[in-house]
Design a protein around this ligand. Structure first.
Ligand code: GDP
Length: 366
């Protein structure tokens, strides 16, 4: 044993005389090589437009990546897909956890794909840490849609700032539309800021509610109800059906007290059961009525233009802020002024003005 150990440097040297075949199957190796090959921007775009879902997923992963080289490619892909995008109905879906969003999305989604539509389901959930920040990450959700050839489900980009997650979702919408998806769902949890963000990127905003809401009703802020183009009272089945019908009348009355919507559309309330699928078709008909109504009065296009302008300005705001606060000189000055403010040597307003003057003068002189 000892003798062997002395000369024993590597297992490869035990039988140096035997020549190893380079590969078992040269064709297999070629394919592997091909799979790993980096696609050019044009190849990505071509495949996406052909509806290649694997390449679409890969491109979305580039959008979600924080690596600057990935971002660089992603931005070029988006730019080239933009002319092919836009031809869809973008629908935001919100409601408190447990209201039945995923069951509803599956029910309405199956109705749509059975009619020949191609549906992409995206989500915005910047706060959640579960399933790596994804509310669609749970594999048991939307089982039928997940295996539907006409549906594409993409979990929320993993947790980050709401602005960042929203940008990625907007860019993902562009790619999905270029890939031929004519209906886009953007799901969000009915708590916090994310509804406003989703409302700012969709054509139609659907709020799911429950009849015997009590606490749930209070969980939905008035502002969210005001944004809704329709309220669907879910779980209108079994013993709950009567309550749901009653709630429908109550919500319809409540909506009448809200100021008229910008589009002139009067939000409709309906009942449905994502479980029995009763009323699901009716929700879709309401959406189609809205699209007709807003296309006729031009609001559909005007709203998209406003959304695009708002995104541009928000991006400017965001970038200005980031650049300002990451400036080393400004960081030093902020620390200094904080102390001066504490000692009453300077007012907060004057300090703010001095900081801005310093930043823009420095930039001007660069
Ligand atoms: P989400 O958290 O809003 O996505 O809600 P889920 O879709 O996960 O549904 C929460 C629970 O409500 C699940 O147990 C569903 O089976 C149930 N549920 C969803 N829709 C309905 C419905 O229309 N009727 C009934 N009775 N139960 C439903």
């Amino acid at each position: 044993m000892d003798e062997i150990t002395e000369d024993f440097q590597s297992a490869l040297q035990v039988q140096p005389g035997i020549e190893q075949p380079s590969v078992v199957n040269p064709h297999l190796d070629k394919n592997l090589h091909k799979k790993r090959a980096v696609l050019s921007v044009d190849e990505y775009v071509e495949e996406i437009i052909q509806g290649n879902r694997i390449i679409l997923s890969k491109a979305i992963t580039l959008i979600e990546s924080s690596l600057s080289e990935h971002q660089h490619i992603a931005q070029q892909i988006i730019a080239k897909c933009l002319p092919k995008a836009g031809d869809s109905i973008r629908i935001g879906i919100t409601g408190v956890p447990g209201v039945g969003k995923s069951t509803f999305i599956e029910a309405l989604g199956k109705h749509l794909t059975s009619k020949g539509h191609k549906l992409a389901v995206l989500a915005i959930d910047p706060s959640s840490e579960r399933s790596k920040g994804s509310i669609l990450g749970d594999k048991t959700r939307m089982e039928e849609l997940a295996t539907d050839a006409n549906a594409f489900i993409r979990p929320s980009p993993s947790a980050g700032s709401l602005g960042g997650v929203a940008r990625k979702t907007r860019e993902t919408i562009v790619l999905c539309e270029a890939a031929g998806f004519d209906i886009i769902f953007v799901e969000t949890v009915g708590v916090g800021q994310s509804e406003t963000t989703v409302h700012g990127m969709v054509d139609f905003f659907l709020l799911l509610m429950l009849a015997n809401a009590g606490d749930e009703l209070q969980g939905i802020k008035r502002g969210i109800m005001e944004m809704a183009d329709t309220i669907a009272i879910n779980k209108a089945d079994g013993d709950n059906l009567k309550m749901a019908t009653l709630a429908k009348a109550q919500y319809q009355n409540a909506l009448h007290l809200f100021p008229p919507t910008e589009s002139g559309w009067i939000p409709e309330v309906s009942t449905c059961s994502a479980y029995t699928r009763d009323g699901i078709k009716n929700v879709w008909e309401i959406i189609l009525k809205f699209v007709d109504f807003t296309k006729n009065n031009n609001f559909f296009d005007i709203k998209r233009q406003h959304q695009a302008t708002k995104i541009m300005l928000e991006t400017v705001n965001e970038n200005l802020k980031n650049r300002f606060y990451s400036d080393k000189n400004i960081q030093k000055q902020i620390t200094k002024y904080q102390q001066d403010i504490l000692e009453n040597k300077i007012s907060s307003y004057v300090a703010a003005q001095l900081l801005l003057d310093t930043y823009f003068n420095d930039k001007f002189n660069e």
